[in-house]
Design a protein around this ligand. Structure first.
Ligand SMILES: [Fe+2]
Ligand SMILES: [Fe+2]
Length: 204
């Protein structure tokens, strides 16, 4: 989670350029709009696909379990990831995002900010970033076990649809994490710091 480009290397450079592009594209938008975008696009997609792919897994396993025992391990990995994501999305929607929106509203109205029970926004953000790292590890494990979502030769339409769905799921999850880690969270931290400095100056 960083816009820091001090580390060199092509991957870091590409990630940095991507973060800068993201920041430029969304620079005029409020944090409330950024969070609406995350929920309405990525969270909705994630929940819908978890349900759909869960059903598809059952169908494919029923047909191919005997010849492809790795499907069960893949399903277990996806089930673990789905459970972790279910709680992660709720923490963002019920605690972190409403707090960020409240601070942004108070800053815009030049009102004092009431401080949250978790101290500073950096604390829940640190937890969310750790959970994103966990998701990254789960996605890599699923990718590896499915041989980069390559169905076996002669795979049926459901098998191919499952692997296509898992590939799209990983892609969307990576965009989702990138958006939060490299755009939303740094802006939320900067905004809270600004509110904090103003509070000290005004004594509010
Ligand atoms: Fe999210
Ligand atoms: Fe997240």
């Amino acid at each position: 989670m960083s816009l820091d480009s001090s580390k060199s290397g092509p991957e870091t450079k590409t990630a940095h350029e991507s973060a800068v592009r993201l920041s430029e594209t969304w620079s005029c938008q409020t944090l409330a709009n950024l969070m609406n975008h995350v929920v309405e696009s990525h969270h909705v997609f994630c929940r819908r696909e978890v349900a759909r792919l869960g059903l598809l897994f059952m169908e494919v396993i029923k047909k191919h379990e005997n010849t492809h025992p790795e499907l069960k391990r893949l399903q277990a990995l996806f089930f673990k990831l789905s459970n972790e994501l279910s709680s992660h999305l709720l923490k963002e929607e019920q605690t972190l995002f409403p707090y960020i929106a409240r601070v942004e509203g108070a800053v815009a109205r030049k009102e004092p900010v009431s401080w949250p029970p978790f101290g500073t926004v950096e604390n829940p953000i640190r937890m969310m970033v750790l959970e994103h790292d966990q998701t990254d590890g789960d996605l890599k494990a699923i990718n590896k076990l499915s041989d980069d979502y390559t169905p076996p030769s002669g795979a049926c339409a459901s098998y191919t649809a499952l692997y296509d769905g898992l590939r799209a799921f990983e892609q969307d999850m990576r965009e989702h994490i990138h958006f939060e880690n490299d755009l939303l969270f740094p802006r939320a931290i900067a905004m809270e710091e600004e509110a904090c400095v103003r509070r000290k100056q005004t004594g509010a």
